[in-house]
Design a protein around this ligand. Structure first.
Ligand code: HEM
Ligand SMILES: *[C@@H]1O[C@H](CO)[C@@H](O)[C@H](O)[C@H]1NC(C)=O
Ligand SMILES: *[C@@H]1O[C@H](CO)[C@@H](O)[C@H](O)[C@H]1NC(C)=O
Ligand SMILES: *[C@@H]1O[C@H](CO)[C@@H](O)[C@H](O)[C@H]1NC(C)=O
Ligand SMILES: CC(=O)N[C@H]1CO[C@H](CO)[C@@H](O)[C@@H]1O
Length: 323
């Protein structure tokens, strides 16, 4: 083969790589990579169920800012003390230690090969399956970003105080539809919400010491027993799906139809014809298509703005950009 033809083939390959992800990207460069992520995620999540919610949410927060590039994992440092991790919506993210442990195992096996962005995308899926949640294909080949800004996370992560119009716009900006919005919000079938986020809904909704009328009065009563009005209390929390808090099912949607959505961003999904119809259908059919729909929407989400080919870098540790 002439050098020219080799060069042509090489160029075609680099272009193909730059265009997208593929299944089994590490098949030859680090054959055990996916198996190690799976095994370790399963270990952590089997011990501490909460890590499942933590990892799935972290995956979303990563993809919502600069694409799925592990920018959410960067620790604040002397030169950059305002990374995404320090942003308001990231205050309660959890599961960083799982990603760090997997990364260090992979660095021992195949130094400098497997990106933190891929580890997070794989771990989120493996966390879901560990708790008998949906499974989706995770093509790999993501590269790690070299920029992480708190200001961007504060601006781009959807707010729990937003109405459905704003949420649909937030999702559209990520290339996601109203259906993706309602389906992915279904992740709130597991995990917790902190009281400080809903304190105003309970105790001072319009500034007159009132309660948000979109919460059922009985549920508001119960929430008040769990969430004291103490403004300094940052620790109390409740499960978002009080019916089956640890099961990945459609009961979150049931909660929403009963005016028991924890955040405004949950309750407001009843204000839009399309999202409401989806919720009511899942409730009526015991979540007939929820798992399949969730897998489809996650498949879109984990493809958002990925860096591939020679873009970005492969971080040495997930908490810091390479020097
Ligand atoms: C529609 C826009 C969304 C808003 C406004 C929103 C907001 C929130 C808030 C405020 C919390 C509570 C955090 C805490 O108090 O500790 C939370 C938790 C959670 N969110 Fe979302 N979320 C949204 C979409 C999503 C999506 C798309 C996913 C994943 C696919 C997701 C997965 C989760 C999970 C699993 C938890 C529980 C976390 C834990 O227990 O550690 N959320 N979300
Ligand atoms: C963060 O960095 C900025 C500038 O880089 C600096 O002015 C500020 O004092 C730092 N803040 C902290 C808490 O270290
Ligand atoms: C939704 O929220 C946006 C931003 O706060 C606001 O401008 C808009 O009027 C709200 N829409 C509805 C229907 O309440
Ligand atoms: C309720 O909100 C109003 C207006 O924001 C504020 O002036 C008042 O201090 C709040 N009350 C409590 C108990 O937080
Ligand atoms: C997990 C994490 O790093 N959380 C941080 C989020 O931001 C707050 C406020 O800046 C920090 O105190 C947390 O440590």
């Amino acid at each position: 083969m002439t050098n020219l033809r080799l060069l042509a083939i090489f160029l075609i390959f680099s272009i193909a790589n730059a265009q997208g992800l593929k299944l089994g990207f590490y098949e030859s460069s680090c054959p055990e990579a996916e198996e190690i992520v799976h095994r370790m995620t399963k270990q952590y999540v089997s011990h501490v169920h909460n890590f499942a919610a933590g990892l799935i949410r972290m995956n979303f927060h990563d993809c919502a800012v600069r694409g799925c590039d592990a920018s959410v994992l960067v620790d604040p440092s002397a030169s950059n003390n305002q990374t995404e991790k320090t942003a308001i919506p990231n205050e309660t993210l959890r599961g960083f230690e799982v990603i760090d442990a997997i990364k260090s195992a992979l660095e021992k096996k195949c130094p400098g090969v497997v990106s933190c962005a891929d580890i997070l995308a794989l771990a989120s899926r493996d966390a879901s399956t560990t708790i008998s949640g949906p499974w989706w294909e995770v093509p790999t080949g993501r590269r790690d970003g070299i920029v992480s800004l708190a200001s961007e996370a504060n601006a781009l992560i959807p707010s729990p105080f937003s109405n459905v119009t704003t949420l649909k716009q937030n999702f559209a900006a990520l290339g996601l539809t109203a259906k993706d919005l309602v389906v992915l919000s279904g992740a709130h079938t597991i995990g917790v919400g902190h009281c400080f986020i809903i304190r105003n809904r309970l105790y001072n909704f319009t500034g007159n010491g009132d309660t948000d009328p979109s919460i059922s009065p009985k549920y508001a009563e119960w929430l008040k027993t769990r969430c004291p009005p103490t403004p300094s209390d940052m620790k109390s929390f409740v499960f978002m799906d009080r019916i089956t808090p640890k099961v990945f099912d459609e009961k979150y949607f049931t909660m929403v139809t009963e005016k028991r959505g924890l955040f405004t961003s949950d309750a407001t999904l009843m204000d839009d014809q399309e999202t409401r119809t989806y919720i009511e259908t899942q409730v009526k059919t015991a979540g007939s298509t929820f798992a399949k729909d969730f897998a489809e929407s996650m498949t879109k989400m984990i493809n958002i703005g990925v860096l591939t080919g020679s873009q970005g870098e492969i971080r040495k540790t997930c908490g810091s950009i390479n020097l």
